[in-house]
Design a protein around this ligand. Structure first.
Ligand code: PRP
Length: 211
């Protein structure tokens, strides 16, 4: 049995559709109910819905053999897992954003509000820029408007949230998308099964490319 941690929500539905196409269906998952675990013994797969930011925890600790997590979470928490495939879903970017009037004064410590302190720290270290990190849990865009921070480091997808709050991208740090990840020990014991899943998902991506 392969245990698969799927991110709850719209992205997770798309990911499940790819697994179904790859030959690992579990129709009960599509029924409108609040169950969190779904199993198809015949094809040897068990899915569970978890909070997207928790997928890496289940996989790292082996409660799931594989899972799907955003590259943002992988960069932020650096879990000890294998990254097997870019699923090319949930595409967005990690970026620095600020008010259009923002001008960086390098003589001052830069105040950075973010949900991703590790990504922000790594980025500004590379730039040799002194920063003060203000860790927030959501609605990051408010911080520069209220003067809590000079800039934010956050996810930009359509750019709508920035625009509607009069902020703009200063710099893109890294492109983000959903990745197939695996528990290291699990991969050793179930290599053939996991590689088969990875390869059928990869061939769907190739087909899409060729269309
Ligand atoms: C994310 C991100 C931005 C928004 C970007 O927020 O933090 O606020 O989406 O999307 P856009 O470019 O398409 O507007 P999320 O919905 O995860 O909420 P939160 O960070 O406020 O919790």
């Amino acid at each position: 049995m392969i245990n698969v941690a799927l991110p709850k929500g719209r992205l997770g539905q798309k990911v499940y559709d790819m697994f179904e196409k790859a030959g690992y269906p579990c129709p009960s998952i599509k029924e409108d109910n609040r169950k969190l675990i779904f199993e198809n013994e015949e094809v040897g797969v068990r899915y569970f819905w978890v909070k997207p930011s928790d997928v890496t925890i289940y996989v790292e600790r082996g409660a799931a053999d594989i899972g799907v997590a955003g590259k943002d979470i992988l960069l932020e928490y650096e879990p000890e897992v294998y990254e097997l495939l870019d699923l090319e879903l949930g595409k967005c970017r990690m970026a620095v954003a600020a008010k259009s009037t923002f001008r960086d004064n390098t003589e001052r410590t830069l105040k950075v509000a973010t949900k991703f302190p590790n990504i922000a720290r790594t980025y500004y270290e590379r730039e040799s820029r002194d920063i003060d990190i203000i860790k927030l849990n959501g609605s990051i865009e408010i911080a520069p408007i209220l003067g809590l921070s000079d800039v934010i480091v956050d996810i930009v997808e359509t750019g709508k949230t920035l625009k509607e709050n009069n902020l703009e991208v200063v710099k893109t740090i890294v492109p983000i998308s959903a990745r197939l990840i695996a528990n290291k020990a699990g991969f050793k014991f179930k290599t053939a099964e996991i590689e088969q899943i990875r390869d059928s998902l990869a061939s769907q991506l190739k087909e899409k490319e060729e269309k």
